[in-house]
Design a protein around this ligand. Structure first.
Ligand code: SAH
Length: 391
């Protein structure tokens, strides 16, 4: 059921820019933002389809991963666990009533925060690099109801792994915890890095299902955060290139190989390229799991890998991170001269910048459609089919 209440955390948590805004209005805002980026970059697609939204029952509770941070709301105040405060990166807001996640995430967060507070554990300080508690990562297999829980600490003092694990397993949850982990991270950067992974319970991966395929998702592997929406997006995007039969497809920035495997059901061969080793490992495992023997996954930077390969693609699909693609990668990709390039983007700003480079190399945007995969937030996905001029 749709909740129209403005979230209790909305004043401080910067996650949901559009909380309380009518959904139709959210869609119009996002679509016009994408349209105006296109016109400012002077890119005029032959067809611009209206934004695709999420059905009512999928506008909340859709996120399958949260990376919470330990800290405090006011300097030296009580321990908090949640998101960085809007416009104040040093403060943390506890978000135990977040509406974008399954309620189990909130239960796990609340339990962990109370557990750590009771034990008198202290947060890891970003500047002094002193302290214990860094992050809590929760992930969920939406179609399988599996949960992974991972606490990230420094190695500066003891953390009672057994008591925390037992407490988690005793929680009344709707989903099932299949893995509990403790990551030790003494790195200075404010990101979830892993010096040592201790598996306290179960396994370090969960299963997910997408478009009839089964996926193993490792704790450190990328997976799309809204499964229902991405399933819609991928099936519509791939339907733009209906004749993959007998063709070689490059799936660049392939993550755990979701797109590769969907394409591999009709294409002759797929080459996936991805920079994170755990994602490549997952992609290989997943292809084997799904009985697809026509996919090859290579680990490395897209440009560096393509530069060493002799194979010639017929179709190229790219799904780069928020920063978009480097100019050398765009140039290399265009140099194959394939008829169609499918660009899936999570950031319309870097998208139009890349499209302008592609335009100089002879590729025109034939079809564009934005997708609202992340209702309430400011994020928007965009699918673009480019074709080579004069082909
Ligand atoms: N299509 C995939 C993932 C898209 S997210 C899926 O749906 O699962 C973008 C991916 O690009 C991430 O997995 C990220 O690790 C990878 N990446 C980022 N920079 C890269 C680069 N220079 N070369 C190759 N992969 C890169």
């Amino acid at each position: 059921m749709e909740q129209n209440n403005i979230c209790r955390h909305n004043e401080f948590c910067g996650g949901c820019t559009y909380q309380g805004t009518d959904y139709g209005e959210q869609l119009r805002t996002k679509e016009s933002a994408v349209r105006s980026l296109f016109s400012s970059a002077e890119i005029t697609p032959a067809r611009f389809a209206p934004i695709e939204g999420c059905p009512r029952e999928q506008r909340f509770g859709y996120r399958n991963k949260m990376e919470y941070t330990f800290g405090d709301m006011v300097k030296d105040g009580p321990l908090c666990l949640g998101m960085h405060k809007i416009k104040n990166f040093m403060s943390i807001v506890t978000v135990d009533e977040c509406q974008l996640v399954h309620p189990d995430f909130n239960r796990i967060l609340r339990f962990t925060l109370d557990f750590c507070t009771d034990r008198g554990y202290v947060k890891y300080h970003k500047k002094s690099h002193l302290g214990l508690l860094r992050n809590l990562v929760v992930r969920r297999g939406v179609r399988t109801g599996e949960l992974l829980v991972n606490i990230v600490t420094s190695s500066q003092s003891e953390f009672d792994e057994d008591a925390w694990k037992e407490g988690l397993l005793a929680l009344p949850l709707d989903c099932r915890i299949v893995g509990i982990m403790h990551t030790l991270n003494d790195g200075l950067a404010d990101t979830v890095a892993c010096d040592e992974l201790r598996l306290l319970y179960g396994r370090e991966y969960y299963y997910e299902e997408l478009l009839g395929l089964r996926f193993i998702v490792h704790e450190f592997a990328f997976f799309q955060t809204n499964v229902d929406a991405v399933e819609r997006l991928y099936s519509e995007a791939l339907a733009l290139i209906p004749d993959l039969e007998g063709k070689t497809v490059f799936d660049l920035y392939c993550g755990t190989g979701t797109i590769s495997q969907i394409a591999a059901r009709s294409a002759a061969r797929v080459l996936g390229v991805e920079i994170v080793p755990e994602s490549v490992e997952s992609a290989r495992e997943n292809a084997a799991l799904n009985g697809l023997d026509n996919c090859e996954f290579v680990c490395g930077d897209v440009f560096a890998v393509l530069d060493t390969r002799q194979d010639k693609p017929d179709v190229i699909i790219v799904d780069p991170p928020r920063a978009g693609m480097s100019q050398e990668a765009v140039t290399r990709i265009a140099s194959y001269g394939v008829k169609q390039i499918l660009y899936i983007s999570c950031n319309p700003k870097s998208l139009v910048k890349n499209l302008a480079w592609f335009a100089e190399l002879g590729y025109e945007a034939e079809y564009v459609r934005p997708y609202d995969n992340f209702p309430m937030t400011r994020h928007v996905e965009t699918v673009v089919l480019m074709s080579k001029a004069n082909t």
